[in-house]
Design a protein around this ligand. Structure first.
Ligand code: MF3
Ligand code: CO
Ligand code: CO
Length: 257
């Protein structure tokens, strides 16, 4: 036992529900489904399993999750838009259970996608996992950003600067900011008991962003494709724990369909 085991127990429950929600929606990701329908199914799944969808009414956001398609980087708003063959899509779910938050997102592919899109998705997933694998007390926040940046930039992709990961526990967004670019051995030192997200947004082209008139939807300024994966993690005495691991073993698309 330690002074954060109660917090970790609750983070585990919330994280698992968010991950199970993404597992659940995977079979529905086919041409013709609207992003509103995805929103509704996930809202009901979380509610029916004892949770609440954190994005709903968060700072005026009117849906229960984010659906970010193609050149949308993050915070895409579910709508009547139907998924189409060759779309790539990020679904970002945050569940609150017993006052604690689990925040996770994955990419999905609709039918057959371009080689370009596959390469971007694979690199983004690898960069998240590379950022996670080094986690332990004593390393610095900048080390995480360094790992992510040094994996994707040699492939010609760019790391979004305008959005970052965040501390998370019994509030949705709390310090520290977790940047997805950076220099080794810079920034705050990780301590046992810390809980935060890592959620790299990687663009096929340049990293500049633009927010649409709806006040939320963030897109690539050059209209290039963007991908993102997100996990909520905790720092333990010797390493880390991922709270939002898929229960079905889903990591990146295609999800053995
Ligand atoms: N889930 C997002 C994150 O990873 C936040 C979404 S806030 C919303 O931090 F209001 F846009 F839903
Ligand atoms: Co987040
Ligand atoms: Co999220």
């Amino acid at each position: 036992m330690n002074n954060y085991s109660e917090k970790f127990n609750k983070m585990r429950v919330a994280g698992k529900l968010a991950a199970q929600c993404l597992d659940m929606i995977t079979d529905y990701i086919n041409p013709g489904i609207t992003t509103d329908k995805i929103d509704k199914l996930c809202y009901e799944f979380i509610r029916d399993n004892g949770g609440y969808s954190a994005p709903l009414f968060y700072r005026g956001f009117e849906k229960s999750l984010c659906t970010s398609l193609n050149h949308v980087i993050c915070h895409g708003i579910p709508s009547e838009r139907e998924l189409e063959e060759s779309d790539i899509l990020n679904i970002d779910v945050t569940a609150i259970v017993d006052g604690y938050y689990g925040d996770t997102s994955r990419m999905f592919s609709v039918g057959e996608i371009s080689v370009k899109a596959k390469n971007l998705i694979n690199a983004t997933y690898e960069s998240l996992m590379k950022g996670i694998q080094i986690l332990k007390p004593g390393i610095k926040l900048g080390d995480i950003g360094y790992e992510i940046q040094s994996l994707v930039e040699p492939k010609g992709f760019s790391v979004v600067r305008d959005f970052c990961g965040h501390g998370i526990s019994n509030t949705f967004h709390e310090p520290p900011n977790v940047l997805h670019y950076g220099k080794k051995n810079t920034g705050a030192e990780l301590q046992p008991g810390m809980t935060f997200t890592i959620e790299p947004m990687i663009n096929y082209g340049k990293y500049e962003t633009k927010v649409l008139n709806d006040g939320w939807t963030a897109v690539t300024k050059d209209k290039s494709l963007s991908a993102q994966f997100e996990h909520t993690v905790g720092i333990t005495e010797n390493g880390y724990e991922i709270f939002t691991e898929s229960v079905k073993g889903y990591r990146k698309p295609p999800y053995n369909k």
